[in-house]
Design a protein around this ligand. Structure first.
Ligand code: HEC
Length: 261
């Protein structure tokens, strides 16, 4: 009997270790050293998105990034998750025009966007987007945090948006490009998009460059992985269930074997 106790303890320790240490670090494993880690509320096993920050992040995307970047996997109705009412979403969508059709006469027509439409892209196609941006394509931002996970994901977006400065003396910057300390080659075709107080947040928060960068990076992390919270909740329940199940199974086994001599 004495010999079995350590085994039980080891198993319990292993499941706790997995839940608290290994599971959260799996998602962190890919980050790069040069990009500073930010204290995101959605990190870790109990992490969840900060809804107020997500709403501000949407405002930054809508008022700044949306003039160059599409977000084509999101639908306006997805904003309900951020706490917008249906009426607010209908009004936000209706500001934009989409092409629909054909109508009964076989013609395409424009109409105001509906909550069931995808986010309207700023350019008709990639060629138009390149032409407006020195030949560089502003990437679609729907999955950008997942696509840039190897560089740091949301941490990289924050570092990129706050990483603009004058180039060092020795650096030869191609005219039209901007110096950015985390972009590959340090010369980016995206001009610094954020300036102090350039937008008025509807919750009254001060729109500093850092605040806007943090909010929009979190918003894009949500866009890349909208089911993160649900997945974490389910994962946690599974770990708790397995731990309890293990305890019950162990006690039951002890009881059965106690009669065997
Ligand atoms: C004036 C147009 C313009 C605006 C406004 C703009 N971008 Fe960009 N963005 C670009 C272009 C062009 C590129 C491609 C840069 C390149 O390849 O050199 C780009 C690239 C990016 C990238 C990819 C970087 C990489 O390493 O691959 C991210 C992320 C990004 N933008 C985020 C944003 C966010 C967030 C905003 C809003 C705060 C924003 N952009 C506003 C034009 C813009």
């Amino acid at each position: 009997m004495m010999k079995r106790k350590p085994l039980f303890l080891y198993s319990l320790l292993c499941s706790l270790l997995w839940a608290c240490v290994l599971a959260p670090s799996l998602s962190l494993a890919a980050e790069q050293a040069t990009v500073a880690k930010q204290p995101w509320s959605f990190r870790g096993i109990f992490g969840s998105f900060d809804k107020a920050s997500l709403r501000r992040g949407y405002e930054v995307y809508d008022q700044v990034c949306a003039s160059c970047h599409s977000l084509r996997f999101l639908h306006y109705r997805d904003l309900e998750t951020l706490g917008y009412s249906r009426a607010q979403i209908a009004a936000l969508a209706a500001r934009l025009e989409v092409e629909d059709g054909p109508n009964d006469e076989g013609e395409m027509f424009s109409r105001a966007a509906l909550p069931s439409d995808r986010f309207v892209a700023p350019f008709a196609n990639d060629e138009a987007a390149r032409t407006a941006n020195l030949g560089a394509l502003p990437p679609d931002l729907s999955l950008i945090v997942a696509q840039l996970a190897g560089k740091g994901g949301a941490d990289f977006i924050y570092a990129l948006l706050t990483g603009y400065s004058e180039p060092p003396e020795s650096f030869e910057l191609t005219p039209g490009l901007s110096y950015n300390k985390v972009f590959k080659g340090n010369a980016i075709a995206m001009p610094a998009p954020l300036f102090e107080d350039m937008i008025a947040y509807s919750d009254g928060e001060k729109a500093s460059v850092e605040r806007m960068a943090r909010d929009v990076a979190q918003f894009l992390a949500w866009a890349s992985d909208p089911s993160l919270e649900q997945r974490k909740r389910i994962g946690l329940r599974v770990v708790i269930f397995l731990t309890l199940f293990f305890v019950v199974a162990f006690l039951y086994k002890r009881r059965v074997w106690a009669r065997v001599r």
